[in-house]
Each structure stands twice: as structure tokens, then as C-alpha cells.
Design a protein around this ligand. Structure first.
Ligand code: THU
Length: 160
């Protein structure tokens, strides 16, 4: 028998400890929550991605009466970035969310499984780590790579 121990590193920072670049991305993610279309969940998520050339693209969750037809903020941002800037790899991602009362979550918002899968491929496509910032008012989680969020993941290497 053999045991595998998978380890992930999470740095927890307060807002005043963020770099200028990290703070700019956080501000954009927070702003994006106000462009969310969430008439069913009343849960407003914003995502901002920083591209290699410094461009920041944001997205928010977009819901639909046929619930599964809606899309999370992360995939809205990543797919928009890919469709508008196909040659610019994503370097950093930040997510923020407001609850049904409109307040930013105290606990860092974490991406759903489907978004992690899409983000993993964006990272592989980028050829370098995408740093992840998960915003909570009581602390911001900084995670060095999407791979950390999806251990033992499925990717195209299984297809060949
Ligand atoms: N949602 C996101 O946009 N991102 C996440 O990381 C988690 C969930 C959205 C989907 C849906 O519109 C609402 O939040 C409630 O699940």
C-alpha cells in the first residue's frame, strides 16, 4: 500500500496587505458583482481576470429562468477573455460575492467544480500558473495555481 498526501498552500491576507495589482483586480471583481443578473438566487458574484498584457476583464453570474442555462461569473469572465483576447494568457483571477442581503461575504467565495475545470484548462492553455484570489471581508485567500483547487483532475492528457 502507498499513501499519497496532497498539499495545498493558501496565503491569507488582509486588504491592506495586497499589492497594487492584486487590489486593482479585487476592486474590479467587487465592481462586477453589481453587474450580476441574479433574479433567482439573489447571490451576486463578480470575477476579474488579469491578462499577461495587464488588461483586466471582468464577468458576473448571469442567471436564467431555465436554471442550468445560466453561467457563473468565473466562466463568464474566462470565456469572454478567451473570445476577445485569445492570444493573452490569464495570469490572475479574483472572485468576490455578495449575499442575498447585498453584503460581501465574510468567508472567501470559492469557485464551483465546473468553473474549476474550465479554469484548469485556461491555466494549461496559458502555460503558467494562474494565481487565485478569493475575497472575503475577513480575509483574502491567495492560492498559487488552479491545480491546487482541483487535485487529481481530468484533462486532455487522458484523451490521448
Ligand atoms: N455562482 C458563481 O457565479 N460563481 C461561484 O463561484 C459560485 C456560484 C453563481 C451561480 C448562481 O448564479 C449563483 O451564484 C448561486 O449559485
Amino acid at each position: 500500500m502507498k499513501e499519497l498526501n496532497l498539499h495545498i498552500q493558501v496565503i491569507v491576507k488582509q486588504e491592506d496587505e495586497l499589492t497594487t495589482q492584486e487590489l486593482a483586480l479585487l476592486d474590479e471583481a467587487r465592481r462586477a458583482t453589481y453587474r450580476s443578473y441574479a433574479p433567482y438566487s439573489y447571490f451576486s458574484v463578480g470575477a476579474a481576470v488579469e491578462l499577461a498584457n495587464g488588461t483586466i476583464i471582468s464577468g458576473s453570474n448571469q442567471e436564467n429562468a431555465a436554471y442550468p442555462s445560466g453561467l457563473c461569473a468565473e466562466r463568464t469572465a474566462v470565456f469572454y477573455a478567451g473570445s476577445q483576447h485569445p492570444d493573452q494568457p490569464i495570469r490572475r483571477l479574483c472572485i468576490a460575492a455578495r449575499d442575498t442581503e447585498g453584503n460581501f461575504l465574510s468567508r472567501p467565495i470559492s469557485p464551483c467544480g465546473a468553473c474549476r475545470q474550465v479554469l484548469l484548462e485556461a491555466e494549461q492553455r496559458a502555460g503558467a500558473n494562474i494565481q487565485v484570489l478569493l475575497y472575503g471581508t475577513e480575509g483574502i485567500y491567495l492560492i498559487p495555481s488552479i491545480k491546487d483547487l482541483l487535485p487529481l483532475s481530468f484533462d486532455d492528457s487522458f484523451l490521448s
